[in-house]
Design a binder for this molecule. Structure first.
Ligand code: COA
Ligand code: AMP
Length: 636
């Protein structure tokens, strides 16, 4: 058996022994004796009687063990022409005093705190300060509009909202305060207070509910780390589901810390003191896990980058960062490299930089399409590692594992299941699919540490969304297959979730916004292939009988609506007015069929992003194809 197979089998066959060994990687206030237990719905719970604090493990512990003067964060912000280095000792103090400020506002263990911040070190300080107090943070990505923020505030019911005065998108300064105010106005739940970090690019005008960050910490006490149970929630992170309402993925504390610490060694192969860069945003799971918690738990230096892969100032931005900070492991989404390749196809800018510190490149967030894989593989002397994961799992389900045993890469494959994840492919009847046979990708219970422990405030949704389809298995929502060598290929979502520039979006949510327009009778939103962003949403709309307005005006109004209510990140820029949408006999819109048409396929085939298609194709398909015949074909 290979080293990988030994480790994988150990984790599957003796999970308690395996994970109790891995638990030694983090500092505990009280060692766990109960490694794996199950809740009343038979979902795995890890380290339930252990006590720890993840801020202590990620920051204070390193200061206490001689890393105080090491850089914890390099902040690099080409959009504001600023840079900063923050040592572990400085970070500990900033967190502890800010946590003291939060305590003054009444924040205690178990309270929720919503964070709406751009990529500045204070975003990490805010998250870690919550963790220090045992409060549950919920970070909302800055590209979401007030309505989306309101939905999350209403669901999480935070005591406090923490925000910056503005974000900066390349050359645009985006004031955040009006977004916060509007969101609180829209939400039925009103937080007690808002803390605003004032940035010099735009200062917000504060009202009665607001507290200035700097003033709050001035006379705040130094807050100590609060001991929490292993299973106490660390955060709630909302992600798109198939309905309009996002799901609040609940993450526990100790299982997450242990899983991340393990991953830094076996997947990302970094040692304490080395530099790790994840080019994402703290608003996404990749940011939570690999900008904030994992690099700091490992005693690495993490990079907080406020910029884009291109245009800040050019497509050499990532190469410059690798040289300047001597990055060893680098993680981003394939779309970022598609953007770089588009601007600099021969990678001329790379010649200006020495990137010899780089040992591995990791890609995730969407499928690593073979052309991008080959471009990178030809360009770089380091392994290009695709790995697959989701907000729900918190860390990679499948990867190449250089820290255990590097394996040859295969274009299009996320390589093999990470130890702890018993990944299987099931057909519609719940039978195991053979090699090369596509099916639903599922994970056999128990899920390893680090994975979601529930949907915030909605145990029923947790069960129905993930556990009900195949009893005993977690449904990932992705389709895929194993090849004959046991390599896993993830081909795309089997539900109405789409992936735009590595960002997960719900077409159902967009449909709710479009469908609420007074002139719209029916609509469907589907994802179509896009060279740069992987997929882009397109709205197909049937106007109400008697609609005599201008189609172009209606299209523009619908685009503006989605931007205002969901946010620019939805990238909803295309609408088609059509005569009819394919339906089942009972009148339900045949979304699967629409997806197949959009993919240039006939019926019922899972979508893949490799099939080139265009808006014109969809238009032709919708206007000219015999929708009736298609309906009939899917109903036999
Ligand atoms: N706050 C406010 N607006 C934001 C935002 C933020 N934090 N992030 C993005 N937006 C806006 C953008 O300005 C853009 O607005 P526009 O329609 O006015 O141009 C819109 O949302 C769409 O953003 P995006 O899809 O990111 O497109 P882009 O053209 O700005 O950048 C990429 C394209 C590929 C360079 C960029 O998406 C990228 O770097 N992606 C990396 C992937 C990533 O971070 N994945 C996270 C999971 S790993
Ligand atoms: P998110 O929860 O936003 O991280 O999105 C998770 C979804 O992104 C997964 O369910 C997949 O559909 C997709 N995804 C992420 N990483 C990969 C990958 N390496 N290969 C294929 N799909 C991926």
């Amino acid at each position: 058996m290979s080293r990988y197979q030994q480790e994988f089998q150990h984790a599957i066959q003796q999970p308690e022994e395996f994970w109790s060994e891995q638990a030694k990687r983090i500092p505990w206030f009280k060692q766990p004796t109960q490694i794996l237990s199950y809740d009343d719905q038979q979902h795995a719970r890890w380290f339930s009687d252990g006590e720890m604090n993840i801020c202590h493990a990620a920051v204070d512990h390193h200061v206490e063990n001689g890393r105080g003067e090491q850089a914890a964060i390099y902040w690099d912000s080409p959009v504001t022409e600023s840079k900063a280095t923050i040592t572990y000792a400085e970070l500990r103090d900033r967190i502890a005093y800010f946590a003291g400020g939060l305590q003054k506002l009444g924040v205690e263990k178990g309270d929720r705190v919503v964070i709406y911040m751009p990529m500045i070190p204070e975003a990490l300080v805010a998250m870690l300060a919550c963790a220090r107090l045992g409060a549950i943070h919920s970070v909302v990505f800055g590209g979401f509009a007030p309505h989306e923020l309101a939905v999350r505030i209403e669901d999480a019911q935070p005591k406090v909202v923490i925000a910056a005065s503005c974000g900066v998108e390349v050359s645009k300064v985006l004031p955040y305060k009006p977004i916060i105010d509007q969101a609180i106005e829209l939400s039925a739940h009103k937080p007690d207070a808002c803390v605003i970090y004032q940035r010099e690019q735009h200062r917000a005008e504060l009202t009665e509910r607001d507290h200035d960050w700097a003033a709050l910490v001035t006379d705040a006490p130094f807050a100590d780390c609060v001991a929490v149970k292993g299973t106490d929630p660390l955060y709630v992170l909302y992600t798109s589901g198939t309905t309009g309402k996002p799901k609040g993925v609940v993450r526990d504390t100790a299982g997450y810390a242990v899983a991340l610490a393990y991953s830094m060694e076996v997947i990302y192969d970094v040692e304490p003191g080395e530099v790790f860069f994840s080019a994402s945003d703290v608003g996404w799971v990749v940011g939570h896990s690999y900008i904030v918690y994992a690099p700091l738990l490992r005693g690495c230096t993490t990079i907080v980058y406020e910029g884009k892969p291109v245009k800040t100032p050019d497509a050499g931005a990532f190469w410059r960062l690798i040289e300047e900070y001597k990055i060893k492991s680098f993680f981003t989404a394939p779309t970022a490299f598609r953007a770089i390749k588009k601007e600099d196809p021969d990678a001329k800018l790379l010649e200006q930089y020495d990137i010899s510190s780089l040992k591995h490149l990791y890609l995730a967030g969407e499928r690593l399409d073979p052309p991008t894989f080959h471009w990178l593989d030809d360009l770089l002397d380091v392994p290009v590692i695709d790995h697959w994961w989701q907000t729900e799992t918190g860390w990679a389900i499948a990867a190449n594992l250089p820290g255990i045993e590097p394996m040859p890469t295969k274009a299009g494959s996320a390589t093999v299941p990470v130890p702890g994840f018993n990944v299987q492919i099931l057909d519609r009847d719940g039978e195991q699919a053979g090699a090369m046979e596509q099916g639903s990708v599922v994970i056999k219970q128990p899920m390893p540490p680090g994975c979601l422990t529930g949907v915030w405030g909605d145990p029923q949704r947790f069960h129905s969304a993930y556990m009900a389809a195949f009893p005993g298995y977690y449904l990932t929502g992705d389709g895929g297959y194993y090849d004959e060598d046991g390599y896993l290929f993830i081909m795309g979502r089997t539900d109405d979730v789409i992936n735009v520039a590595g960002h997960r979006l719900s077409t159902g949510e967009m449909e709710e916004v479009v469908g609420a327009h007074p002139a719209v009778a029916e609509c469907a939103v589907i994802g179509i292939h896009d060279e740069l962003k992987g997929q882009l949403p397109v709205g197909l709309v049937i106007p109400k009988d008697g609609f005599d307005g201008d189609e172009a005006t209606l299209e523009a109004e619908l685009i503006a609506r989605v931007r205002d209510q969901i946010g620019p990140i939805a990238c909803f820029k295309q609408v088609l007015v059509v005569n009819r949408l394919p339906k089942t006999r009972s009148g339900k819109i045949l979304r699967k069929l629409l997806r197949s048409i959009a993919d240039g396929k006939e019926f019922g085939v899972p979508s893949t992003i490799d099939d080139p298609t265009s808006l014109e194709d969809v238009h032709l398909a919708m206007k000219d194809r015999d929708v009736g015949a298609a309906e009939k074909a899917t109903q036999v």
